[in-house]
Ligand binder design. Sequence first.
Ligand code: ZN
Ligand code: ZN
Length: 407
Amino acid sequence: MSIVVLVGDGMSDRRVSILGDRTPLQYSRNRNMCLISKLGENGIIDPISPGVTPGSDTAHIALLGYDPFEIYTGRGVLEALGSGISLKRGDIAFRCNFCTLDEKGVIVDRRAGRIREDGEILAKSLDGIRISGVKIKFKQALAHRCVLVLRGKKISHEVTDTDPKRVGVKPLIPKGRGEDGERTAEILREFLNIAKETLSEHPVNKERIRKGLPPANFILLRGASFLPEVQKFKERFGVNGACIAGMSLVKGVARLLGLDVVEVEGATGGLDTDVLSKADATISSLDKYDFVLVNVKGTDEASHDGKVFEKVNMIEKIDLLLGRILEEKGIEELTIAVTADHTTPLEVKKHTGDPVPVAIYSKSARRDSTRLFDEISCSSGSIGRISGKNLLPIMFNLEGIGEEFGE
Ligand code: ZN
Ligand code: ZN
């Protein structure tokens, strides 16, 4: 079995005026995507449900066949799993940023100058602290982004964020709800005091100040969440799966659902990501796994920045990735879908609730009259309009997987 879902992150769009009112998919040369459309069946997907704006996390949960309303508990656990921290039931995880405070304690940079290498040593200085019997893990995820995990008894995710999401104000004080939430907030307040002291005294930060760089002298917390109970992918579908992604959030979703994460050299999650090495990783993973989800993030990044031609360029790169997979594996050997996890219109620069196009090829798939892969052409295909969580069952059915419902 070789089942592939290729996700262009935020690849779906609306019409763009400087592209002559076409969408980037309509404008770009996406020959291989169009081949899937031409030889297969097409439709549009509401990743979550019609008009609901998806995050990359909830959208991937749905595209992997799960109901995000049932298992999504917040971003903290996904960031933790994505950055390679193993979690136990009862752990509370947060996503955090290193930030820079001035001498009055006011935030002057929410990302501490997008600190990179220095972050690892600073994160280590906060890792392993114990407060009131609760063990604290702290790890750098990527650049200024970090993960905080609390492990112990009587703790809860019912605590407020400390990130005011703007500069010029002081960080918020964490507050808890309920007895365990209160205790957790108290532990956090103590931890944040220790963090402030440790970080501002740290030689790495003193060196940063000497070099004229903003010191990472505090942290901002958000997205408190707990590990939900989830039926593993293999158990649920009887299929061995893996995920290839640059973004830790998507890796976190994969690990939560019990998929293996295949790390790829050069997969940065940015516009410079090496798409062909992702294609090669997909091809080699198919020797070992029945199912592979590949996410390419660059299209979303270009959309958030409103960079029209970078998005077009990235779509064409994703098309090359697809071309390599088709060429190496042979299209007849594959059940493959091309889609996006959400729409990120270049002219809006944020995710929106518009549906996304999907094209599925399989030897057993019906062939509809759609010839082109884009938002409009796919909408007249035979799949019609489905929900994100319907995608995998449709693909598994084409592969002959799944049991009869009733008799
Ligand atoms: Zn996304
Ligand atoms: Zn996005």
